[in-house]
Design a binder for this molecule. Sequence first.
Ligand code: SAM
Length: 271
Amino acid sequence: MRHFTASSRETRTAIVQPHETRSPTYDRGVAEDDRRKQAEIDYPGAVGKAGREWIRIKPFRADPRTTGRLLIDFGYVLKLLDLHAASSLVELGCGSGWMSRLAARHGVHAEGYDIAPLMVEIAHTAAVLEGVDARFEVGDYEQLDLGRRFDACLLYDTLHHSERPELVLATARRALKLGGRLLLVEPNWTHRFRGREASEAYGTTELGYSSRRLKHLLREAGFTDVRRFHANRKRLYSNSVADTAAHLTEPLVFRLFAPFWTQIWLRARST
Ligand SMILES: C[S@@+](CC[C@H](N)C(=O)[O-])C[C@H]1O[C@@H](n2cnc3c(N)ncnc32)[C@H](O)[C@@H]1O
């Protein structure tokens, strides 16, 4: 088994190292795995100055709608994971760690792991600048064994970057206390088409899961009490006739179109 450690140099080495004494089939699998993981590692360096700047400042200073949506998502994370001051949270595939850093401001003991050393560097630097006590390390969520257990685990917009979701969910389960909560937030299955552009440009893995498939994966991984949440109330409604009509009908419309349209929010309990 390959291990990725907290040092960026070691991580790169681990990924590009040749594997000498294995069967050709295994080698092809490993080489393909290495290629796709290397693309994830390289992404923040390849995305250009503007892209990197967005990674740094996310969720702020975007257009108000985007920033508002992301902050509302953070509110949902707090609620669904029942995060209080002194709760412990591990975020896998944390990117710049913006969610973990906001959680730390709320008093949560937050740790984030990401395969891309540059993402972790951005997360760490931002935490220091903000005076926030959140910890970030490089780690491959398909292989991590943290050796300790948390109250809650967050996988926000990241599982679709893995072709081995069962390994990621096994990591999440290992990281949770008995009865601990996992929150999985994913684009829907249409992301396998919408993500093509990024995949072609950067070689990143961009899969798309249905809610049904994700629920199945969670149960297979040993999670129980799997519940889906529809996140549709992402705007305020005035008292105008049009807004009142939208207010009354939108939940229905969202549910109807949920399979093609909305993010999938699933919460589960570790057993
Ligand atoms: C779309 S970004 C989302 C990042 C963050 N959750 C956010 O909302 O900004 C997906 C993240 O998953 C990370 N990732 C991809 N493969 C990974 C792996 N095998 N282990 C850990 N992180 C991984 C990427 O480096 C990237 O930061």
